[in-house]
Design a protein. Structure first.
Lengths: 276, 299
């Protein structure tokens, strides 16, 4: 009996371990490729470790594309989007969980329903609105919508606010605090973990977004990193050492952020996945 | 209750404005554009069902429908099943859980652009890691993304690398299943499979339902990865759909129509077909879910 349990444990470990290796291997391959010369990459047999470790791919990326500009453009859009979501999503979530008013019952089902609408359905008219406003080509079509609250984050914060003890809010109101004071001084400080999750997910989403920038940003000087990578790929599709070096630099900020805020990542994911 | 209406409205106003401007109006506008001939430079001209008729006779439209359905029908169940099995292995009180969880989760935070580039390189027919590995094992070395018969399967394989968030969600819900249920089932002599179908699945079925719907909606909008793969094979920068248009997914063809051919009316018609399809699929799944989803669990 005991040996059977042991065997099952070992089997589970073995599967998880091999699976883990195959999840890690692509990263390792990305790093190793970024250190290889073009000659080595395009010769057979395929080598695993670089014959000669070459750091120059990383500096070469800055010569081939204006990486710093793309990086700063992306960072600006991303930070503004984080501000936008942190401004709007908690306000809406508070209104439907902690304020008794007629709209509270109506808004939440609509928020959930809008999560099911494909981006492509509203894409063209929204594009035309921004075109009329003369904003296409700027970052505003990517940033402005974040100030109206994305359904996923409203949903996540609603779950969190509902779990906050109502007694705290009642106590504050009995002491004569307005809704805004209660929101600002009590609810928001208590919601730091959930707000951090919203900030992280917004950062991730915006940093990685491709279709949005593809629609609105056509001036190469204003490219985001995803657009820059795509343009780079279309021109230098055989120079994998450079492409991998650029991918490493593009991905690194996110991986660093992950290791600093691992707990919020995992908790946030669990919070959005569980419905009801 | 009445006096709070102003405050409630004020707090919700960012969303209300956003809903009206970025969702409700665009929904109506794209429905209308779908019935017009519209190229952005001139105002829309009503043409009735012309766009829809044109689409029904358009081979590329049907190709894109088939490509997207192929991706959705294979990759949705595959991703969910793979995630569930992995989550169950992780849930067996093993040591090193947090390390495994991290390793499986990290690929999902990598931007799709970088994921696509990385896998295009791994799946490179001549110098890629995958074919080197297969060759070392003495197995055939296919052309993966460049082969019209395999290109979509290659993307599906690539997608399996990014299911970590579903694994985490399933794991979190598996951890909430009371152990006592399994213990009493063991006493009754239930095997692994019985426990899985009679305890695990009913208990986490609401989460499976939610993930199923979100996966389908996302897969119907599949775009970025296919766009990147196509970019590398498309040096003249025109609109293309990869090898023999095998990667011309629905969202890509819609994008081509709207922003490369400036057929906004036709693209809007495609958008509404997508919307209606997504709506019908979601509705059917919800209806059928009454048979297999248990709310409240345990009783």
């Amino acid at each position: 009996m005991r040996s059977r349990v042991m065997m099952r444990k070992t089997g589970t470990h073995l599967i998880l371990f091999v699976l883990g290796l195959s999840f890690l291997a692509p990263f390792v391959w990305m790093l190793l490729t970024s250190l290889k010369s073009l000659e080595e990459i395009s010769s057979l047999p395929v080598t695993i470790f670089p014959k000669l470790v070459l750091w120059s791919n990383f500096s070469e990326v800055f010569n081939v594309i204006p990486f710093t500009d793309y990086f700063l453009n992306t960072l600006l859009i991303t930070l503004l989007s984080v501000v936008g979501q942190l401004f709007s999503a908690p306000l809406v979530a508070y209104s439907i969980t902690k304020i008794e008013w007629t709209g509270a019952r109506w808004i939440f089902p609509i928020v959930i329903a809008t999560m099911l609408i494909p981006y492509q359905v509203t894409m063209i008219p929204v594009y035309l609105i921004f075109q009329k406003m003369g904003l296409t080509g700027s970052i505003w079509p990517l940033v402005l919508p974040t100030f109206t609250g994305a359904p996923l984050y409203i949903f996540l914060l609603r779950q969190f606010f509902m779990a906050l003890p109502t007694s705290l809010i009642h106590a504050a109101k009995i002491d004569g605090a307005s809704d805004f004071r209660t929101y600002w001084n009590i609810v928001l400080p208590l919601s730091r973990p959930a707000l951090t999750s919203v900030a992280i997910f917004t950062f991730l989403y915006t940093w990685s977004d491709f279709l949005g920038p593809l629609l609105y940003i056509n001036d190469a000087a204003r490219y985001t990193l995803t657009l820059g990578l795509q343009a780079f790929l279309a021109e230098h599709y055989t120079e994998w050492g450079l492409l991998m070096a650029a991918s490493v630099m593009f991905t690194l900020p996110i991986v660093i952020m992950f290791f600093f805020a691992q707990k919020q990542f995992i908790e946030g994911i669990s919070l959005t996945g569980i419905k009801g | 209750m009445r006096k709070n209406n102003f405050t409630g409205f004020a707090f919700a106003s960012p969303w209300i404005i956003g809903f009206l401007v970025f969702t409700l109006y665009p929904l109506g506008a794209s429905l209308y554009y779908g019935f017009t001939d519209f190229n952005v430079f001139q105002s829309p001209n009503f043409v009735g069902l012309d766009n829809y008729n044109e689409l029904m006779k358009d081979d590329l439209f049907w190709k894109s429908v088939r490509n997207t359905l192929y991706l959705t029908v294979i990759s949705t169940p595959l991703n969910l099943l793979f995630s569930l099995l992995t989550a169950m292995l992780l849930n067996s009180r093993i040591r090193g859980l947090s390390v495994y969880r991290t390793v499986y989760y990290i690929p999902t935070i990598i931007p799709l652009a970088a994921t696509s580039l990385l896998w295009m390189w791994i799946m490179n027919a001549q110098f890629g890691l995958l074919n080197a590995f297969l060759g070392w094992l003495g197995l055939p070395q296919p052309n993966w993304l460049a082969d019209p018969a395999l290109s979509k399967l290659s993307l599906i394989l690539m997608g399996l690398w990014s299911v970590g968030n579903i694994i985490i969600i399933f794991l979190a819900s598996l951890q909430e299943v009371p152990q006592s249920l399994y213990e009493s089932a063991s006493i009754d002599g239930a095997g692994m499979l019985r426990k899985f179908t009679n305890i695990t699945v009913p208990w986490i079925s609401p989460i499976i339902l939610f993930q199923l719907i979100m996966q389908i909606i996302n897969n119907l909008q599949y775009f970025t990865q296919a766009y990147f793969v196509v970019s590398s094979t498309n040096l003249n920068q025109g609109a293309s759909g990869g090898p023999e248009n095998s990667l011309l997914v629905y969202a890509m063809y819609l994008y081509h129509n709207a922003f490369q051919y400036f057929k906004m009316g036709k693209a809007s018609a495609m958008a509404w077909i997508l919307f209606v399809m997504a709506g019908i699929i979601t509705w059917v799944i919800f209806k059928s879910s009454k048979k297999w989803v248990t709310y409240g669990g345990g009783d």
